[in-house]
Design a protein around this ligand. Sequence first.
Ligand SMILES: Cc1cc2nc3c(=O)[nH]c(=O)nc-3n(C[C@H](O)[C@H](O)[C@H](O)COP(=O)(O)O)c2cc1C
Length: 111
Amino acid sequence: MSDGKQGGEVRGWLRSIEVFSGPLPEFAPEQAPEDPVPSLPVLASDAVADGLRDPHAMTLSTLDEAGDPDARVRILKGVSVAGWQFAGHGFSPKGRQPAVHPRAALTFYWP
Ligand SMILES: Cc1cc2nc3c(=O)[nH]c(=O)nc-3n(C[C@H](O)[C@H](O)[C@H](O)COP(=O)(O)O)c2cc1C
């Protein structure tokens, strides 16, 4: 932080930042479909209609060669029953890691 906040000051400052400021859309997790793929285009277009920028930006979490977590932001290029598509250099960490540990998590933040 540019003004040099430290320790407890940072904690207090972080906790003072407004979060989940309304109005929030209604969401009933128990009614959400088990499989997010069919509803993703609908949810994404609703998000765009609500003014959200880059709804197709997502955090891709993988495991590195040592099994430690790694993550970065990617643009979703396609989604279907066949899987989730994204692009990047195959020799970068995100390209190499899935070859060693073929598991990943995708996180979207759509306020
Ligand atoms: C909004 C946003 C979208 C991004 N989309 C991509 C993308 O589609 N493909 C890509 O290779 N990197 C993308 N990046 C850059 C990656 O997040 C990352 O910094 C870079 O690819 C290095 O990742 P790696 O070292 O884990 O391989 C994006 C970054 C941002 C902030």
